[in-house]
Design a binder for this molecule. Sequence first.
Ligand SMILES: Cc1cc2nc3c(=O)[nH]c(=O)nc-3n(C[C@H](O)[C@H](O)[C@H](O)COP(=O)(O)O)c2cc1C
Length: 400
Amino acid sequence: MPTPNLSGFSASLGGASRGVSKHCIFPFPCYITAMALVCVEDFEKKAAGQLEKNALDYYRSGAGEQFTLGLNREAFRRLRLRPRCLRDVSRLDISCHIFGEQMKWPLGIAPTAMQKMAHPEGEVANARAAGKAGSIFILSTLSTTSLEDLATGAPDTIKWFQLYIYKDRTITEKLVRRAEKANFKALVLTIDAPIFGHRRADVRNNFSLPSHLTLANFQGVKATGVGNAAMGASGINAYVSSQFDPTITWKDIAWLKGITHLPIVVKGVLTAEDAVLAQEFGCAGLIVSNHGARQIDTVPASIEALPEIVEAVGENLVVMLDGGIMQGNDIFKALALGAKTVFVGRPAVWGLAYNGQKGVEEMLSVLRKDFEITMALIGCQTLGDITSAMVAHESQYAKL
Ligand SMILES: Cc1cc2nc3c(=O)[nH]c(=O)nc-3n(C[C@H](O)[C@H](O)[C@H](O)COP(=O)(O)O)c2cc1C
């Protein structure tokens, strides 16, 4: 019987060989095995044990009462898979192309700010792991590694740069020039953050960037000690409200297009109406995203918003998605509903906090194997075999 080429599956379970005791009191070899990390939740638990409260709360929290934070995951569970059988899945090819760049599989790493709080090697470690896995890495404007240092540290990774539009447009323009020069392949304009959402934990903690770190794309910007819990602003919030331009409109996309040759991806689209505007204003792609549920609570889960957006612009724009991806099934469901690729934010931070570059590599390997298993068991050899009929909403089965 042919076996699916689940490349390196045994390697991903390699954690089971760690922790062999050399001091066994029993007269036979005694292998006390450390538990292998087999799912993203395992990495999350490890990370939670290692991070300071200020950082852990910052990374994990969502906006308001965090309804959408739970929904981002719950909505995937409401979708049922409809596997097809007897379809020769002995050879899987899960590679794909985005803007002409080859990815080994349809998953990249979303921009998350200030990754050196998770691990001293921060963004470089995360980006190197992405490169090894054949994934895109998106660097946040609010990174603790400058875009030049990231380019030098992870030269072989496909890199995109996430952008905010500053009140002072020359700051934005300089960032664009630097991204072009450092060989970033696309600009990801985050459009769901004219101001930052209300994240209660950050306000309670009066969150600020630890004093040894800086927002490395801007010399001297520390974003420390500027938080004011009494005024409801965390440290980073104070920076954002003083610098980001809340007056921006779709016309600013036209301005951005006019100053760069890089493809523009808008991130944070949740409605068909905005997807149509993204197309009208000449964006090359969009990311269906609710910013990891960190901006406004009770918006739909990204996966819930995906179908109307694909229906509106799926033929003309590269539609991508992030939010709540935790396992191979989730990646499959997003692709079946029309996303060309997905991104993960927190899962990469958990891998990074757990064990730097190796931790992210291990997390990505676990996710990839899980996706390969899903592909094989649903009867798909290539991404082109995935169809919308392979996913159904639970309501379709509710009559039973
Ligand atoms: C700690 C943290 C920081 C983030 N920082 C940024 C950022 O700087 N820019 C941005 O566009 N999105 C940012 N995001 C949103 C992510 O890019 C992404 O949309 C989200 O994390 C996806 O959800 P997931 O964490 O469930 O995978 C951040 C998310 C988290 C959790």
